[in-house]
Design a protein around this ligand. Structure first.
Ligand code: F6P
Length: 364
């Protein structure tokens, strides 16, 4: 029997289970392959005792519409930065990648499918350079990976954010208020842009376009006549005012390499008040509602294609590559290309042009 190891890393994302199920179902067509999964990304391999489980058709039955991941996940640490506690209680990190590769070989694993976003695919590339047979599958609600038209999970996040805008419109209109919705996406404004267009927001503030608070206020005032009217603002968590900073904070979670985003909606509310905005302003932070729960059909379909293709890439030994969607095909691209640059919203993107064309203000 040959063995393929499946790993889900980074933040959870709608569609992860659909990828796992597709890998297992596709592999079951080939009699010589067994699929195993590591618990909590690569932790299951690195822990003593090892925590991996066999994934057969029974164990993945009916999971295609379930949110989260049956393998659990983590966005802390990893084989190259394994957190270790010092005797004084402080933390440091060590590189356990060589040891992990030895263990993977010892377990008779021939190939690894790493389902994850930017950080996870950087790990995939480094492991590949060390000789591991790795294939990547692009996952993230942020849609910030290059070399693919889409990452699964993104459409579900957009759907959740759009439904939130739809609900906020009714309250904003009834109370003549400004309602601000803070959405996720880190340094990429894709969720914000799509939700603003789909939900019909008046103002959309993105990480890629620093905003001028006076421009924002001017657009707000256009929407009010003698205190009657309302305005909806979608703000991406990575947005910042011109000359200002992103709202970020350090986290005390051990092994969490990045800063946490959050707080832009409340900062914007204060800035509007300071700029003289006379209207009632309320903010809503959508947070993890965008990541949890049932994937929309689009994400299940994309995830299923990704899982099937990833296993076919194992069969053809197409290692060091990532599954990618290039409409209308599902293809394989070098991992290096996928992590070479961060996929952000550009002015040349037609959705930006359409949004500006229908009068959405970006506060610039
Ligand atoms: O990358 C996905 C994402 O949901 C970002 O949009 C967000 O900033 C981050 O993860 C939140 O991570 P955590 O779940 O660790 O708070």
């Amino acid at each position: 029997m040959k063995r393929v190891l499946v790993v889900t890393g980074g933040g959870d994302c709608p569609g992860l289970n659909a990828v796992i199920r597709a890998i297992v179902k596709r592999a079951s067509q080939e009699k010589a392959w067994e699929v195993v999964g590591s618990i909590q990304a690569f932790n299951g391999i690195l822990w003593e005792p090892t925590e991996i489980k066999v994934l057969d058709e029974e164990s993945v039955a009916g999971i295609h519409y379930r949110g989260g991941t049956i393998l659990e996940t983590t966005n802390k640490g990893g084989p190259f930065e394994w957190p270790v506690e010092n005797s004084d209680g402080s933390w440091t990190s060590v590189d356990r990648s060589d040891e992990m590769i030895r263990k993977i070989n010892y377990l008779g694993i021939n190939a690894v499918i790493n389902i994850g976003g930017d950080g996870s695919q950087q790990i995939s590339q480094k492991l590949f350079e060390k000789g591991l047979n790795v294939i990547g599958v692009p996952k993230t609600i942020d849609n910030d990976l290059s070399a693919t038209d889409a990452t699964f999970g993104f459409q579900t996040a957009v759907q959740v954010a759009t439904e939130a805008v739809d609900k906020l419109v009714t309250t904003a209109a009834s109370h003549n208020r400004i309602l601000i919705l803070e959405v996720m996406g880190r340094d990429a404004g894709w969720i914000g842009l799509h939700a603003a267009v789909a939900g019909g927001a008046d103002i959309c503030l993105l990480p890629e376009i620093p905003y001028d608070i006076n421009e924002v206020l001017e657009k707000v005032e256009e929407r009010f006549t003698k205190d009657r009217g309302f305005a909806i603002i979608v703000i991406a968590e990575g947005a910042k005012p011109k000359g200002g900073n992103v709202s970020q904070k350090e986290t005390e979670e051990v092994g969490y390499g990045k800063k946490k985003y959050g707080g832009v909606a409340s900062a914007l509310k204060e800035q509007l008040k300071e700029a003289g905005c006379p209207h009632d302003i309320r903010e809503t932070v959508l947070g993890h509602l965008q990541r949890g729960g049932i994937p929309v059909a689009y994400d299940r379909v994309l995830a299923t294609q990704y899982g099937s293709k990833a296993f076919e890439m194992v069969l053809s030994e197409d290692y060091g590559h990532m599954v990618s969607y290039r409409h209308p095909d599902i293809i394989s691209v070098p991992l290096k290309e996928a992590i070479s640059h961060y996929n952000t919203v550009e002015e040349s993107n037609y959705l930006m042009q359409a949004a500006r064309g229908i009068g959405i203000s970006f506060g610039d």
